[in-house]
Design a protein around this ligand. Structure first.
Ligand code: KG4
Ligand code: ZN
Length: 340
């Protein structure tokens, strides 16, 4: 491709209002993230109604800042990429409406992007040499998928959670042990002071589906442990619970991932999604991949949690394949990976 492709991307699927400007998918000129965490914290989780309202308040400012920081104006944008699913419908609609309005007003091509495809593509930003095929573990607040990335935009899901997503388990357990929202980073921090072998929590296997996950039993085991301690009048060591719970999640994610990489005969493995910023998970995967001779890719934490640069990267690969969305693009809360 001779001409550089500059993309303005927008992400509003959950509680981050984000916009970015990227060039040819892998160069980030700006990546603005407005986090709404403070507004959701007191409720112990994301309140969809508040998320939509905050997105509406912030979206134009975030887009303006992304353009300004990139030294761009809408006149030099070649395409607008926007997350249209999966996510909270009211939250998604804010980004989709903003993207459609700009695309229509300035006659700029529009590309709807799958949020999880964005997470996977975050790996391309800092690893210029990374190309498909590879295996990717996507672990976020809403998803835990093992994905075979066969080509740009071509995915096969080889494992998925049967109940809670890994991030959801982090958030629920953090709430139960009084760490608050968002649970992942708080458990990550608390676990550093705890002993991961002090409490034995279950590592769930899904009968007949070697690569599927199940985290709801683990969550219940932690809740039972806390209830029993309370009934016996024992004080709970929060750091030990955090470390032991985290180890149980990490063990399962690592085991399934390494087995999947081996089964597929792949030599490249990447991680994505908010949980991919977990320190213990990154350390353990690095160790295991090193042992097994697998090349291990992980985005910096800022590209693991929700951001718009990753949507620009995914949008770029869709755009050069000719994908275009019409002005009838709608939010699809339960959009499946690989479907357009
Ligand atoms: O990808 P993400 O930002 O949003 C979704 O698409 O869901 O992921 C958010 C999830 C939350 O459940 C959060 O608790 C978890 O990722 N998370 C972490 C860490 N940072 C964020 N989980 C474990 N350790 C972390 N350091
Ligand atoms: Zn996400």
């Amino acid at each position: 491709m001779d001409k550089d492709i500059k993309i303005l991307s927008i992400e509003s699927s959950c509680d981050e209002t984000a916009a970015a400007v990227t060039v040819n998918g892998r160069e980030v000129l700006s990546n603005i993230i407005y986090s709404q965490i403070v507004f959701h914290e007191e409720y112990g989780g994301v309140v969809p109604e508040i998320a939509s309202r905050k997105h509406i308040e912030k979206i134009n400012q975030v887009i303006d800042r992304a353009l300004k920081e990139a030294g761009s104006t809408l006149d030099d944008i070649d395409a607008i990429a926007v997350t249209y699913g999966p996510g909270l419908v009211g939250a998604l609609l804010v980004g989709v409406s903003a993207a459609k309005a700009i695309a229509f007003a300035k006659n700029i091509p529009l590309v709807g992007v799958h949020h999880i495809e964005g997470h996977i593509c975050a790996n391309f930003i800092e690893n210029r040499e990374l190309e498909p095929p590879f295996i990717c573990l996507v672990a976020s607040g809403g998803h835990s998928h093992l994905v075979s990335v066969k080509d740009y935009g071509v995915y096969e899901i080889i494992g998925r959670t049967r109940d809670d997503a890994a991030g959801e388990a982090f958030d629920k357990v953090a709430r139960a042990i009084g760490l608050g929202y968002p649970g992942g980073p708080k458990i990550d921090k608390a676990a550093r002071e705890g002993d991961p072998d002090s409490i034995v929590f279950p590592r769930a296997k899904v009968e007949g589906s070697e690569y599927d996950f199940s985290f709801s039993g683990l969550k219940s085991a932690v809740l039972n442990y806390l209830n029993q301690a309370e009934m016996k009048g024992e004080t709970v060591n929060t750091a030990n619970v955090a470390a032991s719970f985290q180890k149980a999640v990490v063990d399962v994610l690592v085991e399934h991932s390494i087995n999947a990489v081996k089964m597929c005969g792949s030599k490249k493995f990447a991680i994505a999604g908010g949980v991919a910023s977990n320190t213990a998970l990154r350390t353990e995967l690095e160790r295991r991949c090193d042992m097994e001779g697998i090349e291990f890719y992980r985005p910096s934490p800022v590209y693991c949690t929700d951001n718009a640069a990753m949507i620009g990267t995914a949008g770029y690969y869709e755009f050069i394949k000719g994908a275009r969305s019409g002005y009838d693009l709608n939010a699809v809360p339960a959009l499946e990976l690989g479907k357009r």
